[in-house]
Design a protein around this ligand. Structure first.
Ligand code: IPM
Ligand code: MG
Length: 356
């Protein structure tokens, strides 16, 4: 049996995760696969119920699972909690403990949603980007400290950490359009200079046929809007990848649309929408479940080798959007009167899946 641990977490996490679980269950029925899904606590929900954002039992369950499906963590009510107990530490601790160093965030544009993006449709034509974000190093995990008048966070990277993520980006680019854009701030930061040198070395030694370019992060943020279709794989450190992937989501039309996969050298992968817990709309049943449902597609592809099933889930989401169903985050003007909720969107995706 294939075992999945579901970590719904906080805010809209439980709402979108329950749609993702329904989709995974529907796929498993169709394929006749036995998938066991077990829920566990993470984030603020875990802090409230178990006194820590990453309980030992959750970590143990995740280590023993074949894959992990996560919703979101965080919320206003925990903003004054001490740093080590913040809900976000649950997710960061899990990524670190499982060695999930590679975060893949695909960004594609559904033509039917072109009006949901702030960019002109002609700039969006052909957009197909894969952000490869380093996930267990950099400023997220460096030494930090503060007093009442000073604070510091340090960004550290080793050659080994940069090499493994660069390799993964190179391999992915080989299966895509053969282009990698590595982003850094090498005009200012030593970690970025090491990043640039190391990435160049890996590509000249191991991926001579992949076209590699280096761009400063500030310029990359601009080019992502001015010429998004020219990007194939974007390789970034932890912080730059976090920022650029939220920016890239607006090419697709909403942060709620994008899925992600976090992978290690072996062991379970973790799949989660790139959005956060959106406390402002939590509990209202209006969150966009696409990011969570498309994360199931990534789970099928990367952890189960079920490419056809992954494509079927992606096609079902795509068709649902093309049929005009939209959650409020995707609706503007008069469309606002015709939006659907999280569950109705999930129903529509499952209906289509069951017809394939
Ligand atoms: C993400 C989120 C997380 C991150 C937060 C919740 C810690 O923004 O997955 O992109 O910064 O990695
Ligand atoms: Mg983020």
């Amino acid at each position: 049996m294939f075992s999945v641990v579901a970590l719904p977490g906080d805010g809209i996490g439980p709402e979108v995760t329950s749609q993702a679980i329904r989709v995974l269950t529907a796929v498993s029925r169709q394929l006749n696969l036995e998938i066991g899904i077990q829920e566990a606590l993470i984030g603020g929900a875990a802090l409230d119920q178990a006194g820590t954002p990453l309980p030992e039992t959750t970590l143990e369950n995740c280590r023993n699972a074949d894959a992990i499906l996560l919703g979101a963590v965080g919320g206003y009510q925990w903003s004054d909690v001490e740093v080590a107990l913040r809900p976000e530490q649950g997710l960061l601790g899990l990524r670190k403990a499982l060695g999930l160093y590679a975060n893949l965030r695909p960004v594609t544009v559904e033509a039917a949603l072109a009006d949901a993006s702030p960019l002109r449709p002609e700039r969006l034509e052909g957009v197909d980007v894969m952000v490869v974000r380093e996930l267990t190093g950099g400023i997220y995990f460096g030494t930090r400290g503060r007093t009442s008048t000073d604070a510091f966070d340090t960004c550290e990277y080793s050659v080994a950490e940069i090499r493994r993520i660069a390799r993964l980006a190179g391999k992915l680019a080989g299966k895509r359009r053969g282009r990698v854009t590595s982003v850094d701030k090498a005009n200012v930061l030593d970690t970025s200079r090491l990043w640039r040198e190391t990435v160049s070395g890996i590509f000249s030694d191991e991926f001579p046929d992949i076209e590699l370019e280096h761009i400063y992060i500030d310029a990359a943020a601009m080019f992502l809007l001015s010429r998004p279709a020219t990007f194939d794989v974007i390789l970034a450190d932890n912080m730059f990848g976090d920022i650029l992937s939220d920016e890239a989501s607006m090419l697709a039309g909403s942060l709620g649309l994008l899925p992600s996969a976090s992978l290690s050298g072996g062991g379970p992968g973790l799949y989660e929408p790139i959005h956060g817990s959106a406390p402002d709309i939590a509990g209202k049943g209006i969150a966009n479940p696409c990011g969570a449902i498309l994360s199931v597609a990534m789970l099928l592809r990367h952890s189960m080798n079920q490419d056809a099933a992954a494509e079927a889930v992606e096609a079902a989401v795509s068709e649902t959007l093309r049929a005009g169903l939209r959650t409020p985050d995707l609706a503007y003007g008069e469309q606002r009167d015709r939006t659907v909720g999280t569950e109705a969107f999930g129903d529509a995706v499952i209906d289509r899946l069951e017809k394939t």
